[in-house]
Design a protein around this ligand. Structure first.
Ligand code: C5P
Length: 397
């Protein structure tokens, strides 16, 4: 329930992407939001108001002069208690009206009369999007503090290909969730490592571990939500990259090390969340190892580079956060590791329970002592971690 109790006004304007807004409404309700929908006349040509009414469980508003609203003050009453207005799809015409402050129908009037943040998800033909008039309007909206989510490039309903597709509902949900997070890392650059590494034994076999990457991906997402520009160096995992995060996929510890070296310059914070293999087979076989004729097989291992140690040793190193998966004696081991690794902050969790799970229990260790973050979903813990780091940053740099 990432949007538990949040009061959102979902606005729809005329565009074929309105069908995706029905799915967005469903996702918002599932995430716990209280969704009120308003549609322009053109939107009702693409999607029936009854569809949205069924999905949100609330009446859908289309008319500035709706007699159901007291004192004919619909444009004020319907937006006053809202915490966010999200307009998806936002047509070129709507963007122009919102940029100019026009209010000649219910939705544009609601938007003009709002007290809450506004997020728009543009959706239109590529030529309409690229038209200087639309670009000017979008710039103006951005300058007014409006959050512009998308569009993306791809196939369009008109048969053309190009910029102008509305974001998919899941991505829009992530943007809306992000809109509710404080921008604690605005203007900061963040590098995250996540997942396991794979160290080849032969062309088909690897040494790896059971890290799912979920904690690292949650940290990357939380940092992005907090306004940072995020690069995620990821070992092989079965997760989609968080929306808005640049992912650099790697397999081995040495590839991860290389990717970190290439991307760490200019970073403010480095979260080393990856479960990097400490050792790798010294001489991976060139061909698949055959069982026949082998009584036993010994694989000689050699150490991998310690990526976090390398980053902390750099001049101008970013603020470094280490992760420790301990299976016993959490406090003593974690504080010892923090000192050994020379990091200002170490996040410690009890390993076997956390691996692959959606929940985790983390305690932070810094120069002032231990700070238990409690047990919670990994994304929630990642947000608490980001808040802790943001509070330490001015002192550290
Ligand atoms: O020493 P240990 O492996 O427990 O330390 C864990 C921390 O160090 C994690 O933050 C992990 O991402 C990082 N690490 C690393 N490179 C390694 C091993 C660990 O960055 N080769």
């Amino acid at each position: 329930m990432t949007l538990h109790g949040k009061k959102i006004l979902l606005g729809l304007t005329g565009g074929i992407a309105a069908y995706k807004a029905a799915e967005l409404a469903r996702l918002l309700v599932k995430a716990g939001a209280e969704v009120r929908a308003a549609m322009t006349d053109a939107a009702t040509r693409f999607l029936a108001p009854t569809t949205l009414q069924a999905l949100t469980g609330q009446p859908v508003w289309t008319d500035l002069w709706d007699a159901r609203v007291r004192d004919a003050m619909g444009h004020i009453a319907l937006s006053r208690d809202r915490e966010l207005i999200a307009v998806a799809p936002a047509s070129a015409d709507f963007l122009a009206k919102a940029a100019a402050g026009l209010a000649d129908d219910l939705l544009s009037a609601l938007v003009l009369a709002r007290r809450c943040p506004l997020l728009v998800a543009p959706a239109m033909n590529v030529e309409m999007w690229e038209n200087p008039a639309t670009q000017r309007n979008v710039e103006r909206l951005r300058a007014d503090g409006v959050l512009v989510a998308g569009p993306v490039a791809g196939d369009q309903a008109c048969g053309e290909t190009g910029m102008g597709r509305m974001l998919e509902p899941e991505a829009l949900l992530a943007e809306i969730e992000a809109a509710f997070q404080p921008k604690l890392l605005a203007g900061k650059r963040v590098l995250v490592t996540a997942g396991p590494t794979e160290e080849p034994i032969d062309p088909v076999r690897v040494v790896t571990n059971r890290s799912s990457g979920k904690m690292g991906y949650a940290v990357a997402r939380a940092a992005r939500e907090a306004g940072a520009e995020v690069t995620l160096v990821s070992g092989p995992v079965a997760l989609a990259a968080p929306w808005g995060v640049r992912r650099v996929p790697v397999r081995t510890a040495r590839e991860m090390f290389e990717a970190v070296r290439e991307n760490v310059g200019g970073c403010d914070v480095f979260f080393a969340v990856a479960a990097v293999a400490d050792f790798r087979p010294r001489q991976p076989a060139q061909a698949k190892i055959k069982r026949e004729g082998l009584g036993r097989l010994a694989i000689e291992l050699e150490p991998n580079p310690d990526i976090l140690a390398w980053v902390t040793a750099q001049q101008n190193a970013p603020f470094c956060v280490g992760f420790a998966a301990e299976s016993e004696n959490l406090s003593a081991n974690a504080e010892a590791k923090r000192r050994k690794k020379g990091v200002p902050l170490l996040a410690a969790n009890l390993a076997p329970q956390a691996l692959g799970a959606d929940d985790n229990e983390i305690t932070l260790f810094d120069a002032r002592g231990a700070h238990p973050l409690g047990r919670a979903p990994k994304l929630e813990l990642a947000r608490r971690l980001v808040a802790h780091v943001a509070a330490l940053l001015p002192q550290a740099r």
